[in-house]
Each structure stands twice: as C-alpha cells, then as structure tokens.
Design a protein around this ligand. Structure first.
Ligand code: CMC
Length: 404
C-alpha cells in the first residue's frame, strides 16, 4: 500500500474548503467546483465580459449582429472565422437549403415516434439517426467535416418541425427553398409563410442564441469530440446537456412560472416565497454574467414589441415585475435576467409551443457547438480532468455471506 499515491485530501473536506484542499504528496492544490473560472481551452470564437454585460462573436458586438446580420451570415462567420463575401454567403445559404431535407428513413421514423417524450429527447434520437445516413460519415478532411456540420445545422429545424406536425396529427410541411433558415422553420411548423417582421424577430433570436463560449453543452460537445469521436456524437452529447433546467431547459420553465403567477400583483408573494424556500427563479443568474445579460436586453425589447402588437401584455408585465423584484433582492449578488427569461415570451407570440423552446435553442446553438468542436480538434488534446478522492485508502473485501 505504501507506494500508492492517491490524489486525495490529507483531511476530509470541511465546509468552506470547497475550492481548496491540501493533497497528500502534492501540497496545496486548487479544485474548482463546477469548473468555475477554469480555462479549459483557447478560443477565438466569442468572448463575454460578465462584469459589463458584453458579448462579442469574433470581435463583433452581439448588438451589431442582431441589428445587421442574419442567422446564416452569423453561422458562416462563427464557423469559418470571417464575414462572408456576397458570393460566399449565397453559396452557403444554397448549401444549407439543399441540406434541409431529411434522409427518407429518418423522416419515416419521426412520423412513427410516440407523441409524449420531450422533444429534446426526440432531437437527440433523430440527430443520432440522421448521422447513420450521412454520406460524408467517414470524411475527415476539412470540407467533409464542414459539410457534415452544415448538414446537421440544416436538418435540426426540419426534425423539430416534422416531429411537432406528426405528434399533432398534421401533415408534415417540406422545407420552402424561398425562405431563409428562421422563416423556413416557422413555415414548416405552422404550414404557412410567417409574417416577415416576426420571421426577422425569430432570426434575431437565433443569432443571439448561436454561440456562448464554453457553456455546459458546448463543453460537452468538445469533450466528446476530443476523444476523436464523430461530430454527430458530439452534437448528441450537447443536446442532452442543453436539455437540463439549469441550462437551456430554463426558457420553458419561465413561461410555466409566468402562468403559475397569473397576474402582476401576485409576483411579490411568489418571488418572496420562492426565495425563502431557496427555490431558483428560472431565467435569472449566470455563471459568467454578474450583470444584465446583453441578449436578454435585446429579447426584452422584442417581447415588448410583440406584446403590444398582439395587445396582450400579461406575460411581459409579470416578467417586468419579477425582474424589478429580483434585481432589488438579488442584484447585489449579481443575479440578473439571463437569455432564457424573455425568449419564451417572444417564442410564445411566434406560435412556438413551449416544449419546443429548448429544441429551438438547440437549433440556434448547433452552430456554436460545431464551431468549437472544429476549432478545438484542430489542435486537439483529450479532456481528462482528475477527481478529488475523498474515500478511504484501503477497505477489506468482505465475502457476501459475511456481510450484514
Ligand atoms: N434564483 C435564485 N437564486 C439564485 C439564482 C436564481 N435563478 N441563481 C443563482 N442564485 C443564487 C444561488 O442560490 C446562490 O446563492 P448562495 O450563494 O446564497 O447559495 C448564488 O446565487 C450562486 O448560485 P450558483 O448556483 O452557485 O451559481 P452558478 O454559477 O453555479 O449557477 C445558474 C448559474 C445559471 C445555473 C444559476 O444562476 C441558476 O440556477 N439559474 C436558474 C436557471 C437558469 O435560468 N438557467 C439558464 C442559464 S443562462 C442560459 C443557459 O445557459 O441556457
């Protein structure tokens, strides 16, 4: 036993020792719960200033992209590292349109899937399934990998829309080559061309959700890809990770909470009780932002706009009241609205069912996932952190008949 050097604390961790322990044979060593503050990779894709509430994609502020860009252009920019020329963008858009169609077997399978599972689980299954029919499956050259990536990004909206149409017993609506990525999704979902203003709002929401550094789902994709597994497996890992309520699953729960509260005058009591019971208010707080999330600021404007357009201010007025109270109560702790707080109101006015909010997040974020996987694997090293062993050094094995 003498020569074995386990990475373990000298004495059991005490409360307050959460981020630091003295390790046998290693001296003082830091560990970071939830990897907070750990730099796990170099990246030139995006950066967040969590103190000032700023987000840039490859140097361009998110506000500028939301104002001037399209989802397709932003996707190209994130994936290839430069803004496309007019002809490069036309080519990219045409490629995305061509790749929107699902393999026949995948389409048939979606039509037969049960109507009850959460659509994030359907998305996981369908992306994995579609990978089996990917003609570029075995490609490892840059163009082949890019084509696989663009195919997944183009297929995800079709998977979500087809599944929704099938589970609600409506005819599926094939992609419309005259429409852009965001507008085409709304078209396939609703079976009619969307109002151009609403299609643009959805396009902006997609830009805002496209990328966000080494968040949990992107990191999950990178971990999978760092083993030199395939891109479909990496995206499936990311989808499973985004589903959780502490990550992408929060948007769906925000609307549930707004409905539960019902009217603005009930906000005070609801939030007070939730905080007293140590329950989280969904759509608030962030590991990196300690101020207002810039994406939430933009989405709030569109939530306002759509509320006025539809003459229905119920959700926005409850939302604003929650925001006011949360900032008053927890602002000093750095808790502010995040991207998920107002996105659900926007999506609801666009006619997107609640359980599709997180799949729609995945649809946008697929670009960020792919961009990070491509960037990281160009200079790859497998992710393999260490655990901090807190168990005993040696325990005698007791045969089962002697155990009590
Ligand atoms: N409501 C009430 N209190 C909160 C909230 C919240 N939404 N978020 C954090 N806190 C408190 C938390 O209780 C803790 O307090 P104390 O120090 O007294 O124990 C403190 O703030 C720090 O919280 P934490 O859990 O250590 O922070 P974290 O960086 O590990 O977690 C988070 C970040 C996003 C998971 C968390 O803020 C949260 O659970 N938010 C609600 C879920 C949500 O909106 N998720 C979407 C995140 S943004 C988009 C995305 O990633 O999809």
């Amino acid at each position: 036993m003498k020569n074995i050097k386990y990475l373990k604390p000298l004495s059991p961790l005490q409360k307050g020792d959460d981020n630091m322990g003295v390790l046998e044979n290693k001296g003082a060593i830091e560990y970071s719960k939830g990897l907070e503050g750990v730099i796990a990779a170099l990246s030139s894709i995006s950066a967040i200033d969590g103190e000032q509430g700023k987000l840039i994609y490859r140097g361009i502020p998110i506000e500028m992209l939301a104002k001037h860009s399209t989802y397709e252009e932003t996707a190209y920019f994130l994936l290839y590292g430069e803004l496309p020329t007019k002809s490069a963008l036309d080519e990219f858009v045409a490629e995305m349109k061509e790749l929107r169609y699902l393999p026949k077997r995948v389409e048939e399978c979606i039509l037969e899937l049960p109507p009850n599972p959460h659509p994030m689980d359907i998305l996981k299954v369908a992306v994995a399934h579609a990978g089996l029919y990917d003609p570029d499956q075995l490609e490892s050259c840059r163009e082949g990998v890019m084509r696989k990536v663009i195919r997944i990004i183009a297929e995800i909206p079709t998977i979500i829309a087809y599944y929704h149409r099938a589970r609600t017993k409506q005819e599926i609506v094939p992609p419309n080559p005259n429409l852009g990525h965001a507008a085409n999704f709304l078209y396939m979902l609703h079976g009619k061309e969307p109002d151009p203003e609403e299609a643009r709002i959805f396009d902006i929401a997609m830009i805002l959700h496209a990328e966000h550094g080494l968040n949990a789902s992107t990191f999950a994709a990178m971990v999978t890809a760092s083993t030199l597994s395939d891109i479909n497996s990496a995206i499936v890992s990311a989808i499973g990770t985004l589903k959780g309520p502490l990550h992408g699953g929060a948007n769906e729960r925000v609307l549930k909470m707004l409905d539960e509260i019902g009217t603005p005058d009930r906000v005070e009591e609801y939030v007070k009780n939730a905080l007293m019971e140590k329950r989280r208010i969904m759509g608030f707080g962030h590991r990196v932002y300690k101020t207002y999330d810039p994406r939430a600021r933009i989405l709030k404007q569109y939530a306002e706009k759509l509320s006025d357009k539809y003459g229905d201010r119920k959700w926005i007025s409850i939302g604003e009241k929650i925001e006011e109270m949360m900032i008053r109560e927890l602002g000093k702790k750095g808790i502010f609205p995040n991207v998920d707080f107002y996105s659900g109101i926007v999506y609801s006015f666009l006619g997107i069912p609640r359980d599709l909010f997180t799949p729609v997040f995945a649809m946008a974020r697929s670009v960020g996932w792919a961009a990070h996987v491509c960037e990281y694997t160009q200079n790859n090293r497998i992710f393999r952190p260490r655990g901090y062993y807190t168990g005993p050094d040696y325990v005698e094995y007791i045969p089962i008949e002697q155990r009590r």
